[in-house]
Write a protein that binds this ligand. Sequence first.
Ligand SMILES: [Fe+2]
Length: 309
Amino acid sequence: MLNPVNDDRDYAPFVQQFERQGFARVPLTDAMACKIERIYRLGEQFFVRSEAEKQSYSMQSHVEGYRELGPEYSQVPERPDLTESFSAWNRNRGRPEVEEAVGGLELHRALREISDEWSLIVRGIFRAMADAWAPGSPELRCYNGTYVQLNYYEPSQHSAELLQDSHEDAHLLTLVKANAPGLEIEVDGKYIPAGADSNEIVFMPGSLLSLMTGYKIKPGYHQVRNTRRRDPRSSLLLFVNPEIDQKLEPWIKNESNAGIDIIERANEGPKQFGMPTLVDGTAGEAFPELMEHKEAVLAEQSQPVRAKG
Ligand SMILES: [Fe+2]
C-alpha cells in the first residue's frame, strides 16, 4: 500500500511502467477506495432519478453535470457510448451558472474532491516524466484542462457486444477505476481485461502524451465489453488535457511530432467523439442542442404542476 500522496513521493516507477507496458497501475489506499465506493453509491442513487431531475443537474453549455446517453461516441455517431455520465471540470469551478445548476448535489462535491486527489498523482507523474525525458523543462500545466467523470452503465439493457467501441481518448492521460469488469486495453494487438475493477487506478496514455514523447509512449487503445451484468457498472474517470493558454514543447522531439501544435490537437480532439472543443466548453458555448433538450424536458415536466396550481 502506498503512503499518502505528497510532493516527495517517487513517481519514477510509474514512468517505467509506461515505458515497459504502455500503461501504469497505481495502488489505491484504503481511504481512497472508501471515497470511490461512496461515489459509486451516490451515482447509483442519482442515475435512477427521473429524466427531468437528472436534466436539472446538467449544464452542457460548459460540459458540466449530467449528460444523457447519445451525444458521445467512440468511432461513429450511429454507435453512441452506451452510458450516461456526470462530469465536473476544474475550469468551471466558481462559475455562477454552473454552481447554480450542480453545486447543491452531493455527487458533484464528491467528484471534485476525488479530482483533487487524483490530480496530485497526475502532477507527480508528469514531473517524473519530465525528469526522465526532458530534465529542466517547465511544468506541464493541466489544471483547467482536467475533468472528472462518472460513467453509469446498465449492461443488461443493451444487446451490443461493446458498450464503447475501441478508441484512444485523445487526451494526455486518462485515469480509471471501475466497480466491475468490462474495460479492455490493447496489448500487442489483442484486447485484454484492464483490471480497472481491482484495487488499482489504471493510467492510460492518450495521443497527446504520444506527441509529448515523440511516440515513445503509444496511445492507449481501449474498449468496454458488455458483460450482460444485471447490476449497473460504474466507472470513475479523470481526463487530463493541457491548459490551452500555454505553448507546449514536446519532451522528446523527433519526426513524429515535428511542426505539430499540441495545444491545437488538444482543443480539437474531443470533436472526434461528438464532444465540443476545449475553447467552446470554456466559453460556455458547447452543446446548444443539449441545452435546448434540457429546457424542453424541464418545461414538459413543469406543465402538470402548473395545471394543478
Ligand atoms: Fe475512453
